[in-house]
Design a protein around this ligand. Structure first.
Ligand SMILES: *[C@@H]1O[C@H](CO)[C@@H](O)[C@H](O)[C@H]1NC(C)=O
Ligand SMILES: *[C@@H]1O[C@H](CO)[C@@H](O)[C@H](O)[C@H]1NC(C)=O
Ligand SMILES: *[C@@H]1O[C@H](CO)[C@@H](O)[C@H](O)[C@H]1NC(C)=O
Ligand SMILES: *[C@@H]1O[C@H](CO)[C@@H](O)[C@H](O)[C@H]1NC(C)=O
Length: 574
């Protein structure tokens, strides 16, 4: 109930509206965090806006969890959901409470949750903030003179235009920011006041002398300079557990057990492959994979991940199909292989590229899978498939599954083709000169999952697009044409997660590999395997995560306008 009282107080100060906001979106919080608590149903009177920051996260899949992660990522205290799932964030709730029954619309992403009403917000509160009432302007500490107004935007997003610039003092600005619940406050050019939840990352401290303008309302005080902020921060208004916060480890973490020599399970020998030899024909009318294969269930193996077998080929066209099938699986390898074997996924990606090169090379004796297998066998999996029949028809399949020695061919009445989409991403890899990433050279070499045409015939009319992040295409997320932007946002996010899990993790372990106990191989083998991939990775864990984040934010920005227009126009024309 304290939260409710807090908000009633907030509503009372609603007359101070921020006239101008130039928010630079931050990524959602992907780390675990203490859940927001439901705080009631509030009305948006429009002026001022009930919560000033509108998240760009797609509303058609919105849930309470997603919205609170957005707000947590931006350092906000409140999250609000309106009209089936539009997500807003803010430091204060500027509107009156109404009966809970007014919040009655289901959330698009989870219909058991409530996403406000029409101009009515379901409001959730981050419980890791202290009440604003306890904070006064005395709690703001001066932290110096800082740059502002970079080409990218403002250092603090919320300009307080309701204050009269001609009479501005430091106290007036601090009071406005305090009332708005903002931990950061800054004065500039004698008469401007800005508040912020966070300080933009391209802001830097400069010599105090560069803040050289007296405050218009009190010449004895300094109010910034030209594109220079006199900056203050009230730690009391920041979350006690911001995104990424890790609870202090309990005192029982004294020393690692000195004799950790009992390496018990030899990981290799335990599960010898006693897979029942039932030929798993991957036929389903929807899957449109009417190939009958005597299957190696696991063709290429990286740790906990196994590739799905590539179709047979005997000419350039079918060879390219195999390459596509291969390349579309790379993202799932990064997602599932597990450390440290995930480093082998780079080899898998190269192996796929080798297939493409092989297709183009006009090999002497014909372009055949068997030939390529002889030269570059897939790693880790069992023997190559012995009998393969590929058919290029799909739909109503009538295949029976038999022993491995019988190959059954599909008969089909349908004439529709079974395209394997080319692995050309409709989403764009962003570039940054500063961090050195760009197309073909993502951070850590980890590409984003491919979003391209849906390969499943019966899905295609409604969902022409698909994000390929699973070896089983049916488990991949599919998208309507209007959702391409969201599809790319999902791909950006997944790239970010892989970037942190693989690249940043690799950077971290590089320095600590001697202590690694999760490695299955011996120390030296492990060190070698890691070293082979990571010796060029010279970031620290922190700077690696920072790069991953920078790439993620750019990725979201870069892909906002992706529409998929002209892409995947017909199912068999992908
Ligand atoms: C939907 O929301 C309910 C209530 O918050 C939760 O218990 C459930 O797990 C959610 N379902 C999904 C699929 O997230
Ligand atoms: C071939 O398949 C049949 C039926 O599944 C089985 O009875 C027979 O033993 C198999 N032959 C070989 C050589 O595997
Ligand atoms: C990593 O190494 C590259 C060249 O090998 C260098 O350009 C870059 O500055 C280094 N980065 C760090 C963080 O040391
Ligand atoms: C930091 O600033 C750079 C340049 O303005 C921007 O590209 C990047 O996305 C920002 N990263 C974070 C984590 O805010």
């Amino acid at each position: 109930m304290a939260a409710l009282r807090t908000m009633a107080a907030m509503a009372a100060v609603a007359l101070v509206g921020h006239v101008q906001a130039t928010e630079r979106p931050l990524p959602p919080c992907l780390d675990p965090f203490q859940p927001f608590v439901y705080s009631g149903c509030f009305q948006d009177t429009g002026s001022p806006q009930i919560l000033p920051y509108r998240s760009s996260a797609p509303s058609d899949t919105m849930t309470v969890e997603k919205c609170t992660a957005e707000c947590k990522g931006g350092g906000y205290r409140y999250a609000g959901l309106v009209y089936y799932g539009v997500c807003y964030c803010g430091q204060t709730v500027n509107g009156p409470a109404v009966a809970d029954s007014e919040c009655k619309l289901p959330c698009n992403g989870n219909s058991t949750q409530t996403c406000g009403g029409d101009d009515i917000f379901s409001v959730w509160t981050d419980p890791t903030f202290e009440p604003v009432e306890d904070v006064t302007i005395e709690d703001y500490d001066p932290i110096g003179c800082y740059t502002d107004d970079s080409p990218v935007g403002r250092a603090l997003a919320y300009r307080q235009d309701q204050l009269d610039g001609a009479t501005l003092t430091t106290e007036k600005c601090l009071q406005a920011c305090r009332d708005g619940g903002f931990p950061f406050a800054g004065t500039e050019f004698g008469g401007e006041c800005y508040c912020g939840t966070v300080l933009a990352n391209d802001t830097s401290a400069v010599p105090a002398g560069e803040c050289d303008k007296p405050c218009n309302g009190n010449p004895a005080q300094t109010c910034g300079g030209s594109a220079r902020l006199t900056l203050f921060v009230a730690d009391e208004l920041q979350s006690l557990q911001p995104c990424g916060y890790e609870p202090p480890v309990s005192s029982s973490t004294a020393l690692p057990p000195s004799s950790s020599t009992s390496t018990s399970v030899p990981p290799e020998s335990s599960t010898s492959s006693t897979t029942p030899i039932t030929s798993t024909t991957t036929t389903s009318s929807s899957a449109c994979v009417s190939t009958t294969v005597v299957p190696p269930e696991c063709e290429y193996k990286c740790g906990k991940w196994c590739s799905s077998p590539l179709p047979d080929w005997d000419d350039v066209k079918t060879c390219k199909n195999a390459w596509s099938t291969c390349a579309l699986q790379v993202a799932s390898c990064f997602k599932h292989a597990g450390w440290p074997d995930v480093l082998d996924c780079f080899d898998f990606g190269e192996w796929c590229s080798d297939i493409s090169k092989y297709c183009d090379s006009k090999p002497w004796g014909g372009c055949r899978k068997g030939d390529f297998w002889g030269k570059k066998p897939p790693r880790g999996g069992p023997k190559p498939p012995t009998t393969i029949t590929i058919t290029t028809t799909c739909a109503p399949a009538t295949t029976t599954t038999n022993g491995p020695n019988t190959t059954t061919t599909t008969k089909s009445s349908s004439t529709s083709k079974c395209p394997i989409p080319t692995p050309t991403n409709i989403c764009v890899q962003p570039s940054s000169k500063h961090y050195g990433y760009g197309p073909g050279k993502p951070v850590g070499g980890i590409e984003m999952p491919v979003v391209t045409c849906n390969d499943l015939a019966d899905d295609w009319p409604r969902y022409p697009f698909k994000g390929y992040n699973d070896v089983d295409s049916r488990k991949c997320r599919k998208y309507q044409r209007s959702q391409c932007g969201g599809a790319c946002a999902d791909a950006c996010k997944e790239q970010y997660e892989d970037c942190v899990d693989v690249y940043a993790e690799g950077c971290r372990r590089k320095g600590h590999r001697g202590r690694d106990t999760s490695a299955s191989a011996s120390y030296f083998e492990f060190a070698h395997a890691v070293e082979k991939r990571t010796y060029r990775w010279n970031d620290s864990y922190g700077s690696a995560v920072y790069k991953c984040k920078a790439q993620y934010i750019d990725c979201l920005k870069e892909n906002k306008g992706v529409t998929g227009a002209g892409k995947c126009p017909k199912w068999d024309g992908c």
